[in-house]
Design a binder for this molecule. Sequence first.
Ligand code: HEM
Length: 185
Amino acid sequence: MYGLVNKAIEDLVTIKFGADKWDAIKRKAGIEVDSFISNDAYPDCITYGLVEAATEVLQLPASTILYAFGEFWVLHTAKKGYGDMLSAAGRDMPEFLDYLPQFHTRVALLFPHLKPPRFECSDRRSNQITMHYFSERKGLSVFVEGLLNGVAKLYETPALVEQTRFKEKGDDHDEFLVRWGDALP
Ligand code: HEM
């Protein structure tokens, strides 16, 4: 994945746990470079290795780290670095979610070697949407849950995100139900 992703993991760890923990994670993951370059593409195993090392150093399950990283990605990395792109994608959360399937086409203009996720929407009602997530990568569904919750927080819209299909349990892909407003239980 692009260095931007690994740098964002660095930011998350440094801000929430301190620079010493990041150094320990890098060491455990066997990373020798001082810092990642946002616009360089790195093998996926580097990102997965960082997450695995973080579980050991921080003594947290991978799901906790991936969820936190999803929220952080939207509320910190994307908001600070790509605010214009975010606001162009929607005036409110429902508009943003409707646009999400096209979103990474724009991202790919900045990162030409991007291997983006694929999102599809279905069963769109006034206050809910079903989001389908497809990826060639494994184990990132909790990251997506964190991302979708981050989007809700970005737009200050109380929402409930529930995963309704699980690729790791044999479903064809991961699926999420997002509800807000009067669709909240
Ligand atoms: C301006 C905001 C965003 C930027 C710049 C961005 C950029 C990226 C980049 C660089 C990657 C790594 C892929 C690669 O290097 O091949 C990525 C992956 C990913 N992005 Fe985004 N992204 C943004 C917002 C979002 C949002 C809002 C969501 C979902 C709500 C999302 C979902 C994902 C997922 C799930 C992946 C993991 C790749 C996979 O599933 O295969 N991204 N994105």
